[in-house]
Design a protein around this ligand. Structure first.
Ligand code: IMP
Ligand code: MG
Length: 180
C-alpha cells in the first residue's frame, strides 16, 4: 500500500465480486434491449472496462465528461457538459449511465433528466460506490455496487487532484494529503 493511503476500503477481490454481481443484474434487466453503457469520464473508466467484459448480452459504449456545480445554498445545482454523447439514434437506446461514485447526487440526477430530454428510450444508472449520507439531491441509482461511509476515497479510477486513479483497490486517503 502506498504511503498516502490510510487503509483499503474495497480490495481488488471484493471489487471483482461486486462487478460480477452487477453484470449479472444488468444481463437480466436488459435482455432483448439495445443497451448503451455510458461512462462518465474520467472516474468511471476502470469500472467500465471491467463491467463491460463481464456483461454477456451485446453492449455498445459511449462516454460523457461532466462536472457538477451548484452553489452551497442551492439544493438543485447543475452540471457542466465538457464532452457530450455523440449518437444519431439516441431514441433507440436504453442508456445505462456508469458512474464511479454518488456523493451529492447532483451529477446523476441532472444527467438522467438531460438524456431523457434528448430523447433516449430509457435512462438508468449504475454506480460502483454510493455515499448516501452525503446526498443533497434525492437520487438513488438503479444498480449499486457498495455503500460506503462519508470518507474520501481514491483508486480504481477515482482521483484526488488527478492522482491515484491507477490503484487497483479503493482506499481511504489520509486527510493530511488534502488538508495541506
Ligand atoms: P455528485 O454530483 O456530488 O454525486 O458527484 C459525484 C462525483 O464527485 C463523482 O463522479 C466523483 O468524481 C466525485 N467524488 C465524490 N466523492 C468522491 C470521493 O470520495 N473520491 C473521489 N471522487 C469523489
Ligand atoms: Mg471525478
Amino acid at each position: 500500500m502506498i504511503k498516502e493511503i490510510e487503509r483499503k476500503l474495497v480490495t481488488e477481490a471484493e471489487i471483482q465480486h461486486i462487478v460480477s454481481r452487477i453484470a449479472g443484474e444488468i444481463d437480466r434487466a436488459y435482455e432483448g434491449k439495445h443497451l448503451l453503457l455510458l461512462a462518465i469520464l474520467k472516474g468511471s473508466v476502470v469500472f467500465m472496462g471491467d463491467l463491460m467484459k463481464k456483461i454477456r448480452i451485446p453492449v455498445e459504449i459511449d462516454f460523457m465528461k461532466v462536472s457538477s456545480y451548484g452553489g452551497g445554498t442551492t439544493s438543485s445545482g447543475n452540471i457542466n457538459i465538457h464532452l457530450d454523447i455523440q449518437r444519431k439514434d439516441i431514441q433507440d437506446c436504453d442508456i445505462l449511465i456508469v458512474e464511479d461514485i454518488i456523493d451529492s447526487g447532483r451529477t446523476l440526477a441532472h444527467l438522467v433528466e438531460y438524456l431523457k430530454l434528448k430523447g433516449a428510450k430509457s435512462v438508468k444508472t449504475c454506480t460502483l460506490l454510493d455515499k448516501p449520507s452525503r446526498r443533497v439531491v434525492d437520487y438513488n441509482a438503479d444498480f449499486v455496487g457498495k455503500i460506503i461511509p462519508d470518507e474520501f476515497v481514491v483508486g480504481y479510477g477515482l482521483d484526488y487532484d488527478e492522482k491515484f486513479r491507477a490503484l487497483p483497490y479503493i482506499g481511504v486517503l489520509k486527510p493530511e494529503v488534502y488538508q495541506k
